[in-house]
Write a protein that binds this ligand. Structure first.
Ligand SMILES: Cc1cc2nc3c(=O)[nH]c(=O)nc-3n(C[C@H](O)[C@H](O)[C@H](O)COP(=O)(O)O)c2cc1C
Length: 190
């Protein structure tokens, strides 16, 4: 059971990471091998819409790290995607990765993988659900299976602003764990 965890925050050791680590620990307890990556460590540029990947699978003229990251997803059974809420949605860095996934989309390489979303906003109603829906919409585009939590409707969601604040959101941490348990269960059914 391989899970790739992608932290979409430019702040590598921030609040999103706290939730992702809580979820990763739970996944490992369930027997998963978890690789955690931070989008801030990769150069991922926006899709230019050239459509070269429509002609030849996985072919892209942009020389950056997108294929490297997307291949990691392709070799996983599940992906945990986390993002801080930036203006009511996911970070631009994460959205750039989503758009570049037109490559595996053309190849149908993400079909049936299990996805889970984690979002953190500075305000209690700052758009966590909107950002989670954006991540889920990415999962849906790829015909993935979406894991949700027991406690919240969409995924693991927390309210935290200053560095480290997510540790104080016990409900958010519990939701991230619940999401991880559900992901492990669904991956087991694949
Ligand atoms: C550019 C920017 C936009 C933001 N927009 C929102 C927002 O729309 N809603 C919200 O609740 N918090 C917003 N925040 C606050 C972050 O979501 C919050 O600080 C979060 O904990 C950051 O997570 P991180 O530490 O993983 O980067 C924004 C922060 C930044 C820097």
């Amino acid at each position: 059971m391989k899970v790739l965890a992608i932290n979409g925050s430019p702040r590598k050791k921030g609040n999103t990471q706290i939730l992702m680590e809580a979820a990763a620990e739970e996944l490992r307890k369930a027997g998963a091998e978890v690789e955690m990556i931070s989008i801030a460590d990769f150069d991922i540029r926006p899709c230019t819409g050239c459509r070269r990947c429509y002609q030849k699978l996985w072919d892209c003229p942009i020389a950056d790290d997108a294929i490297k990251v997307l291949k990691k997803v392709a070799y996983s059974d599940g992906i945990l995607v986390g993002s801080p809420v930036f203006f009511g949605g996911v970070t631009a860095q994460l959205k750039a990765l989503f758009d570049r996934s037109i490559m595996p989309y053309q190849a149908l390489d993400f079909s049936d993988k299990v996805g889970g979303a984690i979002t953190v906003g500075g305000s209690s109603h700052g758009g966590q659900e909107l950002a989670a829906l954006q991540i889920m919409s990415f999962f849906m585009c790829h015909n993935m299976v979406i894991a949700t939590t027991k406690g919240e409707v969409l995924g693991g969601m927390a309210t935290a602003n200053d560095l480290g604040d997510a540790k104080k959101d016990e409900n958010g941490i519990e939701n991230a764990k619940s999401l991880a348990q559900r992901m492990a269960k669904l991956i087991g059914k694949r």
